[in-house]
Design a protein around this ligand. Structure first.
Ligand code: FE2
Length: 204
């Protein structure tokens, strides 16, 4: 059972102008696809040929296989990122809205924190909204590092790698972040993640 490249959950021009169709075509069709293809090539004819992506990530991390970890974790992070975005303007509601108020004071303060950490992050990585139990936090990871495994439950993620925004915003990462945070965060997906037991799993 090979790891699949899940289709984008919206049309490739659905997030324009914040994220253009050209960016999505390249980012999903080239970058994400390459991570998936390399993961499959690395596990072919091994004990992990039929493992889930989460099992592959955990095994690669445990044995210090950096190359496999990077490709497997980046496969997972990208699928989670596509689902973290939406063409629809949504707002947090219900239990998630209450948890945001408890942790940050307001949705607007959470937005500011995502923007600040996403802007300040040095080089390539990701900025996450996480839940540990009911407690929410914003945290960054570098390169391919992921919350696919472990105790913290990711609710949303934003890609901070230059390939996510360079074609549309050149080197001005804050413009990309503002557009994503103001218009395209998928709060329905975040609420599903907050409400589920355990962490979202990569589509098989
Ligand atoms: Fe990316």
């Amino acid at each position: 059972m090979a790891i699949i490249l899940p289709p984008l959950p919206y049309a490739d021009d659905a997030l324009a102008p914040v994220i253009s169709a050209t960016t999505l075509q390249t980012h999903h069709g080239k970058h994400h696809k390459a991570y998936v293809d390399k993961t499959n090539a690395a596990v072919e004819d091994t004990d992990h040929a039929k493992s889930s992506l989460e099992q592959i990530i955990a095994a690669a991390e445990a044995k210090g296989d950096k190359g496999l970890f990077n490709n497997a974790a980046q496969s997972w992070n990208h699928a989670f990122y596509w689902n973290s975005l939406t063409p629809d303007a949504l707002k947090p509601t219900g239990d998630l809205a209450k948890a945001i108020d408890a942790a940050f004071g307001s949705v607007s303060a959470l937005d500011d924190e995502l923007l600040a950490q996403g802007t300040a992050h040095f080089a390539s990585g990701w900025v996450w909204l996480l839940a540990r139990g009911e407690k929410l936090s914003v945290e960054q990871t570098h390169d391919a590092a992921t919350f696919a495994t472990g105790d913290a439950k990711p609710l949303l993620v934003i890609d901070l790698w230059e390939h996510a925004y360079y074609l549309d915003h050149k080197n001005v990462r804050p413009d990309y972040l503002k557009g994503v945070i103001e218009k395209h965060l998928n709060w329905a997906f975040a609420a599903e993640n907050f409400g589920r037991d355990g962490t979202w799993t990569y589509p098989a």
